[in-house]
Design a protein around this ligand. Structure first.
Ligand SMILES: C=CC1=C(C)c2cc3[nH]c(cc4nc(cc5[nH]c(cc1n2)c(C)c5CCC(=O)O)C(CCC(=O)O)=C4C)c(C)c3C=C
Ligand SMILES: [Fe+2]
Ligand SMILES: [Fe+2]
Length: 365
């Protein structure tokens, strides 16, 4: 076994602080073959589907990967933009926003990159680049406000797996969640209030989160609890009473029970309960993506209006908005505490190189 390292290492090389922003990942193209590749990687992750491997392999390869890729490709085609998948575009913009804000303060001794848990750019490729840039202190921020083993936990696994192949590991910090971080709550409240000021306010605010199987909650995953806490803090900040907002769970996958209430069933039943208009916001999605643009703003809008609902407004995700970037930068800075950006002034680097050379000379190397 040879570990990855840099044979050309020089002591006078700058060392840097790295911020790695990650998200879930998205297919490379809205085609059946690209979706098969993406879904095969995503759905084989044991953090995502907790079914015994041999049985799951048969179901995944025998059934799911034969049917789902072409259906999902069609859905992705409806949201695809000239620059690619919305999730990728927003994540790249967020990374740029964070980089601009942090480099203004810390200079280029701090580097910011983004990677995807599944697909491209891969975590391994971005960590390679960071190693070449001399990153010796690494902070990882998965853009999942609420912790779930299937998302944040899985991202940690991917980093840890990458580290098993490296010789020189950096100092390492990992932000596993930020569901109650007040600048994040404030950014969402600003977004919603601005929407209300421009478009008026509907009868109920529905806060829809991606679901997970109910058994994950029963096995100890804090995701459900963190979603409800985010909703409570947001509602408190907006001054909403209990009947003015609700929390629902979307994107069910497979046949078992997932977290309830389901967003789609809620949209079908609300008009019959006297709720004629809704605003929908998705606090768990840091970027708009297939699950918000197509599933909420197209599918669920249709369920609501076909069931007699009159007004349906989708409030876009935080994306690369100024208030979101500010919140993420505040989160990063809080987690950088005690990590001074390294000093890479030319004189320090020259001195370091000279000291190393004199040690080598003494040893006759
Ligand atoms: C935000 C948190 C997310 C959690 C929790 C989550 C759990 C989860 N997801 C699946 C299955 C699928 N999810 C899909 C898309 C998707 N999921 C998230 C986020 C969370 N998933 C995002 C941001 C996206 C969109 C990606 C994009 O490219 O826009 C898909 C793929 C689409 C499809 O074929 O429907 C699947 C499949 C499971 C099983 C799960 C929890 C166990
Ligand atoms: Fe998902
Ligand atoms: Fe979906």
């Amino acid at each position: 076994m040879t570990y990855k390292g840099e044979e050309t290492f020089r002591h006078g090389q700058p060392s840097r602080l790295g911020i790695l922003v990650t998200n879930l990942g998205t297919p490379d193209a809205p085609t059946t073959s690209a979706l098969r590749r993406y879904l095969a990687e995503f759905l084989w992750d044991p953090r995502v589907v907790e079914v015994p491997r041999p049985l799951w392999w048969l179901i995944l390869h025998g059934v799911i990967l034969r049917i789902r890729p072409s259906r999902s490709a069609e859905a992705y085609r409806s949201v695809w933009q000239p620059g690619g998948s919305p999730l990728l575009i927003h994540t790249a913009d967020q990374c740029e926003g964070i980089r601009a804000a942090l480099q203004k303060k810390y200079g280029d001794n701090l580097v910011v990159g983004f990677a995807m848990r599944y697909g491209n750019p891969s975590i391994a490729s971005v960590l390679d680049q960071m190693q070449q840039q001399g990153v010796r202190q690494l902070l990882v921020l998965p853009l999942y406000p609420q912790y779930s083993a299937s998302t944040s936990g899985s991202t940690f696994d991917a980093i840890a797996k990458d580290f098993t192949r490296r010789r020189w590991l950096p100092d390492f910090r990992f932000i596993s969640h930020y569901h109650d971080f007040s600048p994040y709550i404030e950014a969402m409240a600003t977004r919603i209030e601005r929407h209300w000021a421009a478009n008026g306010r509907n009868q109920k605010l529905v806060l829809s989160y991606h679901g997970v199987p109910k058994k994950y909650l029963l096995r100890g995953d804090p995701y459900h609890c963190e979603c409800h806490k985010t909703s409570r803090l947001l509602a408190e900040r907006l001054g909403l009473s209990a009947d003015e907002f609700m929390t629902t769970f979307q994107s069910r996958f497979g046949r078992e029970e997932w977290l309830q209430p389901y967003t789609d069933e809620t949209m079908k039943s609300l008009p019959g309960k006297g709720v004629e208009s809704v605003d929908v916001f998705c606090p768990g999605f840091s970027s708009d993506c297939l699950e918000t643009i197509e599933e909420i703003n197209e599918e669920n809008r249709e369920y609501f209006t076909e069931s007699g609902g009159k007004g349906f407004a989708y409030i876009p995700a935080l994306n690369a908005s100024e208030e979101h970037i500010e919140a993420l930068v505040a989160l990063i800075e809080q987690n950088l505490e005690g990590w001074a950006a390294p000093s890479n002034d030319p004189e320090t680097l020259r001195n370091r190189e000279q000291r190393a050379e004199s040690v080598k000379e003494q040893l006759g190397w």
